[in-house]
Design a binder for this molecule. Structure first.
Ligand SMILES: Cc1cc2nc3c(=O)[nH]c(=O)nc-3n(C[C@H](O)[C@H](O)[C@H](O)COP(=O)(O)OP(=O)(O)OC[C@H]3O[C@@H](n4cnc5c(N)ncnc54)[C@H](O)[C@@H]3O)c2cc1C
Ligand code: SF4
Length: 475
């Protein structure tokens, strides 16, 4: 009988003392031997719960068995059936709350779950190194129809890839000068290298998808034009408009939204100033407000830009922290401090318009709120000040109105997101589908991808029905 290790096969990471001053990737990934050792731990469950808890239903035991057999091509082929972005998912998916949380091995006493995410990353990286995407699957059959995808984040890329595989002509319109959405302008290099995002986008282009950057739908072209020129469209414009707390001092120099801070660093290379000409403040004391992945990314980026001291102010406790636990551990190793159960009430002015401190109040947890987490309540007379020359608010994003305000026919929810059926992606307008953060509000890469997969099938159904041909294809 195979003797299974109780713990996950260790994975190499950059030393915290070194990595906190560079933007290179933290996790170095498994070697093939380490991957095979980890694959042996999988129980190959008949009714595998890991599959059901994955939003795109990857055949997890299937690709793990192929790794165990040493057949990486087979593993890559299995993964490729379910996801167009496996190297990205293997790096940033919240596996600990999805597939790994329900892994039967992990449910056994004193056993850790199979490292599903790290194995996915191993296979995907192998495929990016060893597969020639220029030889991908395009055929010369007449196209079934033309589809426009608006926004090139994970949701748009997924729907586009799946529709191209079904033999549609697909054009993605992207507002920015580079594609990938949050994968490119939000998540920093040390968690998700841009070369990985670029390569996976290239693999989608190799299916025949065209990406037109610098096209803002609603401004450069109108929704009327899109609807006249295409058989259907998919709106996946994300939720990129920053929220602000709106407390006194928000207009001071040194107060950033996480969107601006991370976009300057990731998309506009400010960390390579003056080689790239986008500057960013060189700070000494940085305070980040929030507790999600975005807050961690902003804090760890500030550290890498050379700040002496970086702390995160979060209004609840570690138990409620929404960020991935792996990222929290990495942040602690990199000397990021935490002020738990605290909330800012004012940004302090040094007298000439620059930030010099954050006044906070202590909080306690009351009854659960609508999110199911215990509601934080301020404690009277508990104010304290944290010295700071930079504050970064990472308290969530809302829907971007550029397209929506020019398309009033489209029904929105009371929170300003697009009203779309989660089972089909259909909106209030026939032929217009939507998914990802612009429907759910800020969520995760894999949920955005899941919405894209669902919509691809529905768009295919819709166009075939419109053209009165039989529905046959499913991805
Ligand atoms: C800093 C940060 C860290 C994160 N970390 C994680 C993580 O670790 N794990 C995880 O699972 N999720 C993470 N997320 C969330 C995740 O990235 C998002 O849920 C996901 O990217 C949403 O995908 P999307 O395709 O809906 O939209 P987006 O990725 O936002 O892409 C939308 C695209 O549409 C474009 N667009 C907008 N308006 C127009 C227009 N009018 N015309 C044309 N194009 C337009 C935008 O420029 C953008 O490129 C993080 C988010 C942020 C901000
Ligand atoms: S639940 Fe865990 S052990 Fe079972 S098949 Fe999935 S990964 Fe393997």
């Amino acid at each position: 009988m195979v003797r299974r290790s109780r713990t996950k096969t260790p994975i190499a990471e950059q030393d915290p003392a070194i990595r906190k001053s560079n933007f290179d990737e933290v996790c170095l990934g498994y070697t093939l031997e380490e991957g095979a050792a980890e694959a042996v731990r999988c129980l190959q469950c008949k009714e595998a719960p890991c599959i059901a808890s994955c939003p795109v239903m990857i055949d997890i035991p299937g690709f793990i068995l192929a790794i165990k057999k040493g057949n990486m091509q087979e593993a890559a082929d299995i993964l490729g059936k379910y996801t167009n972005l496996p190297a990205i998912c293997g790096r940033v998916c919240p596996q600990e709350k999805q597939c790994e949380q329900v892994c039967k091995l992990g449910l056994a006493k004193n056993f850790e779950p199979v490292a599903i995410g790290k194995l996915e990353r191993l296979v995907a990286d192998w495929a990016l190194e060893n597969q020639d995407f220029s030889k991908c699957i395009q055929n010369n059959e007449a196209k079934i129809g033309r589809i426009a995808v608006i926004g090139s984040g994970p949701s748009g890329l997924t729907v586009a890839g799946d529709l191209a595989k079904m033999n549609y002509e697909v054009i993605i319109y992207e507002a920015l000068h580079d594609s990938g959405g949050v994968l490119t302008y939000g998540i920093p290099e040390f968690r998700l290298p841009k070369r990985i995002v670029k390569k996976e986008i290239e693999s989608i282009e190799a299916l025949g998808v065209t990406i037109e950057t610098n096209v803002v739908v609603g401004k450069t072209i109108t929704m009327d034009e899109v609807m006249n020129e295409f058989d259907a469209c998919y709106i996946s414009v994300g939720a990129g408009a920053p929220n602000f707390m709106g407390i006194p001092g928000t207009a001071l120099n040194g107060v950033y939204s996480s969107s601006e801070y991370l976009t300057r660093i990731n998309l506009m290379h400010s960390y390579e100033f003056p080689k790239f000409d986008t500057p960013i403040k060189r700070s000494k004391n940085v305070v980040v407000i929030g507790g999600g992945n975005v807050a961690m990314d902003a804090a760890r980026s500030a550290k890498r830009l050379g700040a002496d001291h970086v702390s995160i102010v979060y209004r609840r406790s570690l138990e409620e922290l929404p960020a991935r636990i792996e990222e929290y551990h990495h942040s602690v190793e990199e000397d990021i401090d935490y002020h738990w159960l605290s909330n800012p009430v004012e940004y302090m002015n040094n007298g000439v318009g620059d930030l010099n401190g954050v006044k906070c109040v202590k909080m306690e947890l009351g009854e659960p709120d609508e999110s199911g987490r215990r509601r934080p309540v301020p404690i009277k007379n508990s104010e304290f000040i944290i010295e700071a020359d930079t504050v970064i608010e990472a308290i969530g994003q809302g829907s971007n109105k550029v397209l929506l305000s020019t398309f009033p026919e489209l029904k929105l929810t009371k929170w300003g997101y697009i009203e779309a059926d989660p089972k089909t992606g259909t909106t209030s307008i026939p032929g217009v589908f939507a998914g990802g953060d612009i429907v759910t509000g800020a969520a995760t890469v894999i949920l955005a991808m899941g919405a894209g997969k669902i919509a691809a099938v529905e768009i295919d159904n819709y166009v075939r029905e419109k053209n009165k041909t039989p529905v046959t294809t499913k991805v």
